[in-house]
Design a binder for this molecule. Sequence first.
Ligand SMILES: Cc1cc2nc3c(=O)[nH]c(=O)nc-3n(C[C@H](O)[C@H](O)[C@H](O)COP(=O)(O)O)c2cc1C
Length: 202
Amino acid sequence: MAKRIALCITGASGAAFAYRFLEEASKANGVETHLVISKSGGMVIKQELGISVQDVQGLADFSYDEHNFMAPIASGSFRLCGTLVSPCSMKTLSGIAHAYESNLIIRCASIALKEKWKLVLMPRETPLSTIHIKNMLEASRAGAIIMPPMPQFYFKPKDISSLIDMTVGKMLSIFDIESSLSREWGSDKAALKEFEPSDGIY
Ligand SMILES: Cc1cc2nc3c(=O)[nH]c(=O)nc-3n(C[C@H](O)[C@H](O)[C@H](O)COP(=O)(O)O)c2cc1C
């Protein structure tokens, strides 16, 4: 059976992470994507990427309206490998932390938690209020993986797209999707040699 993943895009900044994830997932073997984009998510896609919601939907295997509770992914009987909410607004994070299932995105995340499937949240806001932090803690305690977009500078990104791709590589590897974007520290022996104690840093 294909690896079914629900990708939910909300109205936080960072639509590029979801777009690149979808591009890579659509190329991967045996991955089936189920996409939900919130109304605000659609506005941010337009603002940040300059493309339409339809352009993003075109990359997914299935896509649903955010209020379509008749969608297969609205039920735990439709088995998924997991759900990714990327980017995740503070509003959606709050709904997930409190199981307030007011749309298909929060319903889908709630199902992942109750079924003990993988739920990855990519919250984006800065600075964070105590309420935001508490909501992340609540979601984490319930089983979610909290993965804010925080780039690894030790891989020496050359530009914004390589910064984005590094984070997307991490997202893909959390879902065990093979991709050229996933990188492991230690695989580049030359880079490691630079940090041998003899260089005087330590
Ligand atoms: C351009 C733009 C950027 C935004 N960035 C963020 C953000 O980074 N984090 C956030 O929590 N909300 C952000 N918002 C506000 C959300 O879109 C808004 O709270 C919305 O109600 C979220 O709804 P949703 O979770 O259903 O998508 C942004 C809105 C716009 C228009």
